[in-house]
Design a protein around this ligand. Structure first.
Ligand SMILES: [Zn+2]
Length: 650
């Protein structure tokens, strides 16, 4: 998933943002009036145990590039939200500024505010156990250095990934040396199915997910009261170099107890929850329960805006209930891999029960309406948090929203299709929009009415109808501006940080166009962490059927550095592979290392160069290898159009 880019965004992009309309001021004031702002316990919890904040609030790379800068959020300095920020969102935007090294209890520390996620440190007998090494090597290294600046410098003997999202493993190469892992000096522990989940979520659909994550997290959005204020789970995603080291040990039983460097850890698998592969941990000697990312103090996503396979909130709720039953009576401190802890057995039970019911309620009520024949958008209008939950800060929709989570439940059970055959073979967006606008009397007629509705504060409708005009006439700047103005007001009203970021970034792209970023494939570090099975799947999704038409051949592969054999078959414009096999019918056999092959895939090395240097050797028809590479798409444009039709799409 996403790491931000250091592309400078012109200041004029923020200057273009408008003030809050009267309807937005009224909506935000109504929100402020109904929520319990006098309950400030979270502010105390977020500061408790602070040893030292992030030095200067900044992490830079070795070459001086700023990768993380809390100073960008200096404008978030008072209790009262500006008119352009939802007051509930403003509250968590203030809370998520708490940062530094925190002592949670004897032997357990957390590094918060170095990235969107937390790195947890457990002090063992001889070394330290790190839980979730943040998103990039640089910030993870900075966080560990900060820990060492205040605690004994003991070696990292274990890294535990709680789940398969990049903000929980991507920085691993900053805190542990792969050679040490291979030599058995450090173990890397993850939940069952971790590597499959990483590949499924972050490799095959990686490019569109990164692009969509720009809308979810707002990395390219200027910070400010009319820009990005938060990301819900934390301030933002840190920049730098993500990577991966494959786990050396998987947790496969529903509950497993291990002693790691003298520390007892009870692992509770919780698959198909917030991530396909996820687990909780209980540390019995410390009385600490770590719920990973399954019980953050907010409503999480059933599908995040970046896109993912629909999650299962019913199972999610069940695993929270299991954690309450198994560990609740012994838990004195509850921690997570985002946000701040909860202290006290009663408070923890109360908190976890609210989380359990939050996920189950939205799931159950969506199905209740589905069973009456309601459609996704209709259900999203009526399902809401019930009394008793709605007024709790810890379940507010700062990251997910009830609205898009309802749609995710529908999708999980009944797919994208609402069952109406008129929607089964509808025209794609651009030709449909041209027809709509033509039937409505042309762009000028639509815009005259949309402006009147904008003045009345009907921003949802204005964005919806102006989307049609923009798709019909993508170069109509006045249409783009009006659509942007409506999205922006929706952003100013949104309680969810991810909604706000999406609306405001969408408005920015409509006003100024899409920022250009260079196409780039996955990094060598990421490729090195992938199995050859996944690597060939990633290659297969780049086959251009037209270029591959009529070609059929088998290639044998031998990766000597991994002592690995595979065959690939190109047939019917489709590339399939078999791991661990060699074929007698192969047209060519390739002997090389994965490192060399990764270089070719990452375009750091030309196949011809690899051949010439002897790093890649072939037996048989060399043409087949050349033909295989010739059928592959070049790297795709990472900044494809979203708010306008885009070239070649109707
Ligand atoms: Zn996370």
């Amino acid at each position: 998933m996403a790491t931000g880019s250091a592309v400078p965004v012109p200041a004029s992009h923020l200057d273009a943002a408008r003030e809050a309309e009267p309807a937005t001021r009224a909506a935000n004031q109504a929100m402020a009036a109904k929520l319990p702002f006098s309950d400030t316990r979270d502010f105390e919890a977020a500061k408790r145990g602070l040893i030292a904040p992030v030095p200067d609030g900044v992490v830079t790379s070795a070459s001086g590039t700023v990768l993380w800068n809390l100073g960008e959020y200096a404008f978030i300095d008072g209790e009262l939200a500006p008119a352009t920020v939802n007051p509930s969102l403003w509250r968590i935007a203030r809370l998520n500024l708490a940062n530094g090294l925190f002592k949670v209890t004897d032997g357990l520390y957390q590094l918060r505010g170095f990235d969107i996620s937390n790195m947890t440190v457990i002090e063992g007998k001889t070394g330290v156990i790190l839980i979730d090494p943040l998103t990039t090597a640089e910030v993870a290294r900075a966080a560990l250095d900060h820990y060492y600046a205040h605690r004994p410098k003991k070696p990292v003997v274990a890294v535990i990934y709680t789940h398969s999202h990049v903000d929980h493993y991507g920085g691993v190469r900053g805190v542990v040396d792969e050679a040490d892992v291979r030599a058995g000096k450090a173990v890397v522990i993850a939940p069952d199915g971790f590597m499959q989940a990483v590949s499924g979520e972050n490799v095959l659909a990686g490019l569109p997910m990164v692009r969509r994550a720009q809308f979810q997290f707002g990395p390219l959005l200027p910070r400010g009261a009319r820009g990005q204020v938060d990301a819900g789970l934390g301030k933002s995603v840190a920049r730098g170099t993500p990577g991966l080291i494959e786990p050396t040990q998987l947790i496969v039983e529903p509950v497993e107890e291990h002693t790691i460097d003298g520390v007892k850890i009870v692992f509770q698998l919780a698959p198909e929850t917030e991530a396909p592969a996820e687990m909780h941990m209980f540390y019995p000697e410390l009385g600490v329960l770590n719920m990973a990312e399954n019980a953050c103090p907010l409503l999480h996503n059933f599908i995040p805006l970046r896109g993912a396979v629909a999650r299962d909130p019913r199972i999610w709720s069940k695993y929270i209930a299991d954690a309450i039953a198994f560990y609740g009576p012994k838990t004195d401190i509850l921690i997570g891999q985002h946000h701040w802890p909860v202290w006290g057995r009663e408070a923890i039970a109360d908190y976890l029960e609210a989380q359990r019911d939050l996920y189950k309620h939205i799931h159950d009520q969506t199905l209740r309406y589905m069973n009456r024949g309601w459609r996704p958008a209709e259900i999203a209008e009526v399902v809401d948090l019930p009394p008793g939950l709605a007024e709790r800060w810890s379940v507010r929709g700062y990251y997910g929203s009830v609205s898009h989570n309802v749609k995710a439940v529908y999708q999980r059970y009944l797919s994208w299709y609402d069952g109406n055959p008129a929607n089964l073979h509808a025209l794609p967006p651009a030709p449909a929009a041209r027809k709509f606008v033509e039937y409505m009397g042309g762009a000028a007629a639509v815009m005259a009415r949309a402006k009147a509705d904008f003045a009345k504060g009907e921003f949802r409708w204005v964005a919806q109808v102006m989307k049609e005009v923009v798709f019909a006439e993508p170069d109509n700047q006045a249409a783009r501006e009006l659509c942007a103005d409506a999205l922006e007001q929706m952003g100013y009203q949104a309680e969810s940080a991810t909604w706000r970021n999406a609306f405001l970034y969408g408005a920015m792209e409509l006003r100024h166009g899409v920022l250009k970023l260079p196409a780039r494939g996955p990094s060598m570090e990421t490729l090195a962490g992938l199995s050859s099975d996944v690597l060939f799947d990633a290659m297969a999704i780049r086959i251009d059927p037209a270029k591959a038409a009529g070609k059929a051949f088998i290639i044998n592969w031998n990766f000597t550095d991994r002592d690995e054999y595979l065959t690939t078959t190109l047939k019917h414009s489709t590339l399939t592979h078999r791991v661990g096999e060699r074929s007698d019918k192969a047209a060519v056999s390739v002997t090389t290392t994965r490192a060399t092959f990764d270089g070719v895939i990452a375009r750091k090395l030309q196949p011809a160069e690899a051949l010439a240097s002897g790093a890649l050797r072939i037996e048989g028809d060399a043409q087949c290898l050349a033909q295989l590479f010739a059928t592959l798409d070049p790297p795709s444009d990472p900044m494809f159009e979203i708010l306008t039709p885009g070239a070649g799409r109707g």
